[in-house]
Design a protein around this ligand. Structure first.
Ligand code: KG4
Ligand code: ZN
Length: 345
């Protein structure tokens, strides 16, 4: 992996984590994450106004701490998430990044949040070979991306409604497990029977796309129908299994159809033990490698943003102070799924 030849400061404020990190090559010198989960829990989801305000309060202390822990003095460049995400939240990180870039007279680069997730596997020190299929599963995104070489991406498929993380979060809410729900569902599922409740595995007709909203409705109906008779552990296990099954089945098919050499599993939901285990087993079954970042780099963090920025800076890319934020920006152009099986990559 070709990185910038000086320490890079990463800043991430796209949703509900204020994070700053310093990276030297792929080595993480510091990665400070200030989570707003407790703040948003009472509303059962992220409130954009509250998120932006909390970023304003945390950004400078978090930058300070990351710089102190790294202990390498002034960084050589700054990478900041500028798209996609909550506009108010993104603006806090981008404004801080511009000010620091101006004060320290160092280069600035804006990073697509999903490129950060895609590169996060390399923070463990080993990168997946090309071409590989990157399965991005987070609270806001579910995408199958073919990475043909460094910074070259094609979208193979994605969700047509809820993201995989949303399916965990909405399911957790219906089961009274709090927010964010992925981790809570995982813990509750440990003692549950994944075959107890029959939940839908949707969108069988579309090989590489996902739909998770029917799953939420099915859980809602069950909870309404059975009330207190519901076994929460069994339902958590059944919900987790339904999400994992579909992700594993479609990802392995996409990996086979694109002749990918490896599957990389990234994003907050990649922290799910059952998903990691089943995806790894499936990758072994089809004879390809399996890569996933260490748990602290699955959920949002600035180390992955610093890495993506570092790779782009090493290619000579730079942004000016006119760098803007954007709420929605497609990460990769779609590939024609119908042509997949006939195409050689
Ligand atoms: O990547 P991320 O931190 O933020 C986005 O970019 O969206 O992902 C957050 C998502 C949440 O939906 C959360 O419930 C889910 O990741 N998550 C998990 C686990 N840990 C976090 N889902 C399933 N199992 C987990 N252990
Ligand atoms: Zn994310």
């Amino acid at each position: 992996m070709n990185c910038y030849d000086a320490p890079v400061l990463g800043i991430e404020t796209s949703c509900d984590e204020t994070s700053c990190a310093v990276l030297n090559g792929t080595t993480v010198l510091s990665n400070v994450v200030s989570s707003q989960a407790a703040l948003h829990e009472k509303w059962g989801g992220v409130v954009p106004e509250a998120a932006a305000r909390a970023h304003v309060e945390s950004i400078l202390p978090v930058v300070d701490e990351a710089i102190k822990i790294a202990n390498v003095g002034t960084p050589g460049a700054i990478a900041v998430t500028n798209r996609p995400g909550l506009v108010g939240a993104l603006s806090v990180g981008v404004t801080a990044a511009k000010a620091l870039s101006m004060a320290w007279q160092i280069p600035l680069i804006g990073v697509h949040h999903l490129e950060g997730h895609v590169m996060s596997t390399s923070l463990a020190g080993h990168s997946p070979p090309y071409p590989h299929l990157c399965v991005i599963v987070s609270g806001g995104h579910t995408e199958l991306i073919l990475v043909s070489k460094s910074c070259e991406y094609k979208q193979i498929g994605g969700t047509i409604d809820d993201a995989a993380g949303e399916a965990f979060d909405k399911g957790a809410r219906l089961l009274g497990l709090g927010y964010p729900g992925g981790q809570a569902v995982q813990e509750m599922a440990r003692s549950g029977d994944p075959n107890r409740y029959d939940l839908p595995r949707a969108l069988k007709s579309k090989p590489y796309d996902f739909s998770f909203s029917g799953l939420k409705t099915a859980v809602l109906r069950l909870v309404e129908r059975e009330g207190k008779a519901i076994n929460v552990s069994d339902l958590a296990a059944s919900l987790q299994e339904a999400i994992v099954d579909v992700l594993v089945e479609k990802s392995t098919r996409a990996a086979e159809d694109t002749s990918a050499k490896a599957i990389a599993l990234v994003g907050g939901v990649a922290a799910n033990e059952r998903l990691r285990k089943q995806m790894k087993a499936a990758a072994e079954r089809i004879g390809v490698g399996f890569f996933a970042p260490p748990l602290q780099f699955c959920t949002d963090n600035a180390a992955m943003i610093a890495l993506a920025g570092s790779v782009r800076l090493a290619q000579g890319e730079r942004d000016g102070f006119e760098l803007e934020v954007s709420a929605n920006e497609r990460f990769a152009d779609p590939i024609d799924a119908g042509a997949l099986r006939d195409t050689s990559f």
